[in-house]
Design a protein around this ligand. Structure first.
Ligand code: MN
Length: 225
């Protein structure tokens, strides 16, 4: 596992995991805590409405942390980092813990990639995109096509695999961390991410997120890590 805590903190944009949550007795292990949303609920509107962000962050993402904290109580998972929980639960096929931990982490990354608003990629990242995809438009086109390949719930990830950009279409709680690849962009294609705003028009949603929300400077920085 090559993903450091430093990487996670940079990716999450703020909070440090592993801090105690009030309401858990002092004899219990420290709980994993959901990072604060790094902007207001309406910051992604109109591409993603405040209502969707409120439910997605406040119910779905929070729910993954709540369930994870219930599952890890009094287990060795309670004393390691979130990334380590993902790696270890994946290794031993502890599916219920993996699902909650991976979704908790995936959403930390998801919210962070929109922080700062849509910004252009760095010149060096554009060179890599041209080398691996032909250009930014081609990259987005291939990510949209990948989203169409996800049957049901899942994620489309742009990752750094040995300094080469690669697109992954993963089911359910699929995460690059379990594949030892470095996430650069992660698009949630679960219905809860878009249905209130786009109904069944998932492709339109993915295109809008890539064009109007992703901070490509942030993506550029993830690639370099
Ligand atoms: Mn989600």
């Amino acid at each position: 596992m090559t993903f450091s805590r430093r990487h996670f903190i940079a990716a999450s944009g703020s909070a440090i995991l592993g801090t105690a949550v009030s309401g858990i007795s002092s004899s219990a292990a420290a709980a994993f805590s959901q990072p604060k949303l790094p902007y207001d609920l309406d910051a992604l509107s109109p591409t993603i409405s405040a209502r969707t962000v409120g439910l997605h962050y406040g119910k779905h993402h929070a729910g993954y942390f709540n369930k994870l904290n219930q599952l890890v109580q009094n287990t060795p998972y309670a004393d390691i980092t979130l990334e380590e929980v993902i790696s270890k639960s994946n290794l031993v096929k502890d599916q219920s813990i993996f699902n909650q931990a991976a979704q908790a982490w995936n959403h930390n990354f998801y919210w962070a990639q929109f922080k700062g608003g849509p910004q252009a990629p760095t010149d060096s990242f554009k060179v890599v995109v041209e080398r691996d995809f032909g250009g930014m438009d081609d990259l987005k086109k291939q990510m949209i096509e990948a989203s169409d390949r996800v049957f049901g719930t899942g994620w489309v990830w742009l990752v750094n695999d040995n300094n080469k950009l690669e697109i992954l279409a993963l089911q359910d709680a699929g995460t690059p961390l379990a594949l030892s690849k470095i996430p650069v962009i992660g698009i949630d294609v679960w219905e809860h991410a878009y249905y209130l705003d786009y109904e069944n028009r998932r492709t339109e949603h993915v295109r809008a997120v890539l064009d109007k929300l992703v901070n490509w400077r942030y993506a550029s920085e993830q690639f370099q890590m």
